[in-house]
Design a protein around this ligand. Structure first.
Ligand SMILES: *Cc1c(COP(=O)(O)O)cnc(C)c1O
Length: 505
């Protein structure tokens, strides 16, 4: 660093961070008035003469830091599926900022960054029981980007397959080179369908980005509010106009409202795999958070949720999130694919001679810029590498077990309480089902309509815990999504109870 003042500011921020992480009584959300005051102090235009690093540091620490929320820092933030940061991941992330590597091109003589990311992906495959030799992987910004990667690879594969069927195996037409419109024309494909059950909103977004359109996603859930497939409808749909259309099937491994899974055990996924083979469909898994149920394989008490993520290795591609249950910092997702060459067909960064390493095709590690969305990006694999070696398989089992046990404690409390309904009602007909089906999400509502309308707002006004709302069966519902490694099942249950009892008084 050039100047003493630069270093002093860096140390001030570091001390502030250490202090913040030690706080026992951290506010989940900042006071609204603090946010409003600070908003008024944000700079409205670029200063002609910069204000300097010291004044900037003052501004950051006085006006900005106190107005950020503690969503990742506390175990009692249950909104969305926000995740936390393990200490090892945080330590590594500090180095990421210091060194500011750009792991876009594999340059093994210049930096070990791409090797580290490759190893991080392999360790992740170990954790999640994917055979390392059979899968290729790449880091993304999150599960949305990984769903884009999955649908893009699927689109490429199924349309190119049709082209080869029509024009012969030597045809060089492909979606990646000719574009979707021309490739489909050449292939005789008039429609592309995506079949899913209670798909995450990001799947519709991915379809739109890729020129497939949001309306091509068809929901084929067996019943409303349950992400199980209607396998009869799936086969009917795949078979109908099969000569003029191609399809992608997406498995919701962990549905975001309920935490339930689209498939359980090996039976459904084997059937789906067979159907995909028969009708040349691509099989993609959106496992943003649910894929981590694979960490529980073989643990007593968690059989049912482990079944929810069983047999995912039968898929062609898999999307997962690092910044949710892996508890690494934003922004980090991952994508596994069975066909490494296919990713390259779509995502190659062609013809930029100045970027290419000499042996791009033979290198043991593929340059991320040829198999993922971004060219330049952050060294986001380092925190993944660090957290996986720091805590290992058992460490991750322990973190996830605590989160699930807490969610089940809350679900059991809600189930027994006359003022609340645990949802979906037809799934939780008896209390014993809770200890099988509840993963990390508890969905519920107040039986009193008026209270239910304001339940999320009232819970959050306590600032002792934070929940997000959703719509269920046409009315408001409250979601507790547990995703932070710091959860303490008994301590945190007492907080939930006291907040909810407080609202009823
Ligand atoms: C969170 C989530 C996504 C989107 O992930 P981002 O990390 O927000 O991009 C996709 N699918 C599921 C099931 C999710 O829970």
């Amino acid at each position: 660093m050039e100047h003493d003042s630069d270093r002093a500011c860096f140390e001030r921020v570091h001390r502030h961070s250490v202090h913040t992480l030690q706080k026992q009584d951290i506010l989940i959300l900042p006071e609204l008035s603090t946010i409003e005051d600070s908003r008024a102090r944000l700079h409205q235009a670029i200063p002609q003469h910069g204000i300097g690093i010291e004044a900037t540091t003052d501004h950051l620490l006085q006006d900005i830091a106190p107005t950020l929320n503690a969503s990742s820092l506390t175990a009692r933030y249950y909104g969305f599926v926000i995740g936390g940061i393990t200490p090892a991941a945080r330590v590594a992330d500090a180095l990421v900022s210091t060194y500011d590597q750009n792991p876009m091109v594999h340059l093994p003589d210049q930096s070990i960054a791409t090797n580290v990311e490759d190893k991080a992906l392999r360790l992740l495959m170990d954790l999640l029981h994917f055979e390392k030799n059979e899968w290729s992987g790449v880091f993304s910004t999150g599960a949305t980007a990984s769903n884009v990667l999955g649908l893009a690879c699927g689109r490429e594969h199924i349309v190119n397959q049709r082209i080869k069927d029509r024009l012969g195996p030597d045809s060089h037409e492909s979606v990646g080179s000719s574009g979707l419109l021309k490739a489909c024309r050449v292939a005789g494909v008039e429609d592309i369908h995506i079949y899913a059950t209670m798909a995450h909103s990001s799947l519709y977004k991915a379809s739109s980005i890729l020129g497939l359109g949001r309306s091509c996603v068809k929901d084929i859930s067996k019943s409303k509010g349950n992400p199980a497939f209607d396998l009869r409808v799936l086969e009917e749909q795949l078979a109908s106009d099969h000569d003029k259309s191609v399809s992608i099937v997406v498995v919701s491994c962990g549905e975001v409202n309920t935490g339930l899974f689209a498939t359980y055990g090996d039976n459904d996924l084997r059937i789906i795999r067979k159907l995909c083979k028969k009708y040349s469909a691509w099989l993609h898994v959106d496992g943003a958070f649910g894929i981590f149920a694979r960490v529980l394989e073989g643990l007593p008490g968690f059989e049912r949720v482990a079944q929810g993520a069983q047999c995912l290795e039968l898929a062609d591609s898999v999307a997962g999130d690092g910044h949710k249950l892996l508890n690494v910092p934003y922004d980090c997702g991952f994508f596994f694919c069975r066909y490494p060459d296919l990713s390259q067909l779509v995502f190659q960064n062609p013809g930029a001679a100045y970027l290419n390493n000499n042996n791009a095709t033979t290198a043991a590690v593929k340059s991320p810029l040829d198999i993922g969305i971004e060219n330049s990006r952050r060294f986001r694999g380092l925190p993944v590498y660090a957290t996986l070696i720091a805590y290992g398989h058992e460490g991750y089992q322990d973190m996830l077990k605590r989160q699930i046990i807490f969610a089940r404690n809350v679900a059991a409390y809600i189930f027994d309480h006359p003022a609340f309904d645990l949802l979906p009602k037809d799934v939780f007909t008896s209390k014993s089902g809770i200890n099988q089906d509840v993963f990390i999400i508890v969905l519920f509502r107040a039986t009193n309509r008026a209270l239910n309308e304001v339940l999320v707002q009232k819970i959050n006004a306590s600032n002792k815990m934070y929940v997000s709302g959703t719509v269920w069966e046409g009315g408001p519902a409250t979601r507790i999504a547990v995703s932070n490694w710091q959860v303490d099942p008994n301590r945190d249950l007492e907080v939930v109870k006291s907040v909810l009892e407080g609202l009823l008084r």
